[in-house]
Write a protein that binds this ligand. Sequence first.
Ligand SMILES: Cc1cc2nc3c(=O)[nH]c(=O)nc-3n(C[C@H](O)[C@H](O)[C@H](O)COP(=O)(O)OP(=O)(O)OC[C@H]3O[C@@H](n4cnc5c(N)ncnc54)[C@H](O)[C@@H]3O)c2cc1C
Length: 134
Amino acid sequence: MFGKPLAGHQAIAFKLADMQTKIRAVRLLTYEVAWMKDRGVRVTEAGARAKLYASEVANEVTHDAVQVLGGRGYMKDYPVERHYRDARVTKIYEGTSEIQRLVISRGIVRESAESAGEDGRAPGVVEGSRPVAG
Ligand SMILES: Cc1cc2nc3c(=O)[nH]c(=O)nc-3n(C[C@H](O)[C@H](O)[C@H](O)COP(=O)(O)OP(=O)(O)OC[C@H]3O[C@@H](n4cnc5c(N)ncnc54)[C@H](O)[C@@H]3O)c2cc1C
């Protein structure tokens, strides 16, 4: 288009970079939960984080994918419109995004209170929110 491939346009290229970065971040959150589960660690909040962000990213990325392809992305000739529609329900089933946020925020408050009670540190030092790797 306009003498070069779509990805040759910087606005599209940046979108692709953001899309891939989000997908990889979600993959790491998912691997984190699996890693914790394998070790018998409680995964209530980590599972909610992975489910929440995977749903958000699925919606953002498929939305952008339709946009990148323009009218072709909207038509049934290409699978992108199907991915876009399929992504929408992930914010609803298996726990809506709002409920995942409730689970995560309650975990933050609980861990913060626990850590303050244990060693007298100020609330806000949340051990369970640290990355498991690194
Ligand atoms: C395609 C599809 C397949 C499904 N498959 C299954 C299945 O196999 N098994 C099964 O058991 N269920 C299944 N469901 C049901 C699904 O789990 C529920 O739709 C989902 O849990 C949301 O419940 P609800 O529809 O009653 O919405 P409601 O609970 O009425 O929620 C409506 C809105 O209010 C928000 N909300 C509710 N409570 C709060 C709160 N306390 N704080 C903030 N916001 C809140 C919700 O996030 C949502 O946005 C399926 C649904 C769909 C669409």
